[in-house]
Design a protein around this ligand. Structure first.
Ligand SMILES: C[S@@+](CC[C@H](N)C(=O)[O-])C[C@H]1O[C@@H](n2cnc3c(N)ncnc32)[C@H](O)[C@@H]1O
Length: 297
């Protein structure tokens, strides 16, 4: 009996492990087609290791559209230009949080918010423009907004705007609601907690809501960073583009950083994600701190 058990175990150990059957046929050619589309349209460079991720994320679209295979989905994408929006929404990675990489906000407070507040205290009618490029569900631009709100006393006499853009229309809809689960403010420094109002959600769970006077500082817009040209002419005092360029390859990233540089005012600041230090030289953009760059005069 024990020998039999032993034998049975040895047999199964030597047998190839069958991959779980997939609900939809997904060939290498289908993956290549979707990979190319993500790159051409959004600059997103999907590595081979993302094949399973793409399968699971796009499978939902196949179910919703009642399609039988990824081949059919590729055909559908080619015939239906509007589907690109759902495709990009499905593949984009949106992780974010309030005060992510706190040091950027301490820098922004000291070098942008406080000097602006001091300048307009003497001479009102100041103008401040900040861009959160790749804003996801809004935690980054709302963090920028509360930092400004805490320093600037008079918004009525000054022109202060935060532009928050993303390619993903689902996250932009959520961002514009300004509602988050209560735990999302757990790591917010206590001096900023008062800007987040706690409310009971209809299902009994607690949520936090961004105050209207904070929300009104932020304008959410859909923008694909690969679009040429960008639809604004004015320059920014600061640009946050954090944890977005990790999805791009080096040529895309290099070209994008040059465009950010041209979109900054002289002495304006560029903040990028912790794993994204800029490769290559960008004359006129100086590294001045951890993943913090300044446009020289
Ligand atoms: C991981 S989130 C980063 C959110 C936030 N900046 C942060 O650091 O917490 C990356 C965001 O970049 C957006 N994104 C990716 N490719 C983009 C593109 N070509 N144009 C605009 N946004 C893009 C995604 O939709 C996603 O919401």
């Amino acid at each position: 009996m024990s020998a039999m058990r032993h034998g049975a175990a040895a047999l199964s150990a030597n047998q190839p492990v069958a991959a779980p059957a997939r609900e939809f046929a997904f060939s290498e050619a289908d993956f290549r087609t979707l990979k190319q589309l993500a790159y051409d349209y959004a600059g997103i460079a999907l590595s081979e290791s993302k094949e399973n991720l793409i399968y699971s994320r796009i499978s939902r679209r196949l179910r919703a559209l009642k399609l039988a295979s990824f081949h059919d989905y590729c055909d559908y994408l080619a015939e239906t230009p509007s589907e690109i929006e759902n495709f990009i929404n499905s593949i984009s990675t949106n992780h974010t949080k309030f005060f992510r990489e706190l040091h950027h906000f301490e820098h922004f407070r000291a070098h942008v918010a406080v000097p602006f507040a001091q300048a307009v205290a003497h001479k009102p009618h100041g103008r401040l423009r900040v861009w959160s490029a790749g804003c996801s569900t809004g935690e980054e631009p709302y963090t920028i907004a509360v930092v400004l709100k805490r320093e600037i006393r008079d918004f009525a006499s000054n022109d202060v705007r935060i532009l928050a853009t993303d390619i993903d229309t689902d996250v932009l809809r959520r961002a514009a609601r300004g509602e988050y689960v209560a735990a999302s403010v757990d790591e917010v420094p206590k001096e900023y907690r008062t800007f987040f109002a706690h409310q009971a959600a209809p299902d009994g769970a607690e949520k936090v809501v961004i105050e209207q006077n904070i929300q009104s500082l932020v304008a959410f817009r859909r923008l694909n960073l690969m679009d040429q040209p960008w639809p604004f002419s004015g320059l920014f005092d600061a640009i946050f583009c954090r944890n977005v360029m990790i999805y791009f390859d080096t040529p895309t990233k290099t070209a994008l950083v040059e465009r950010f540089k041209r979109q900054l005012k002289p002495n304006g600041w560029l903040y990028i994600g912790h794993s994204e230090s800029l490769i290559g030289s960008h004359p006129g953009l100086d590294l001045v701190g951890r993943t913090t760059y300044r446009r020289s005069q």
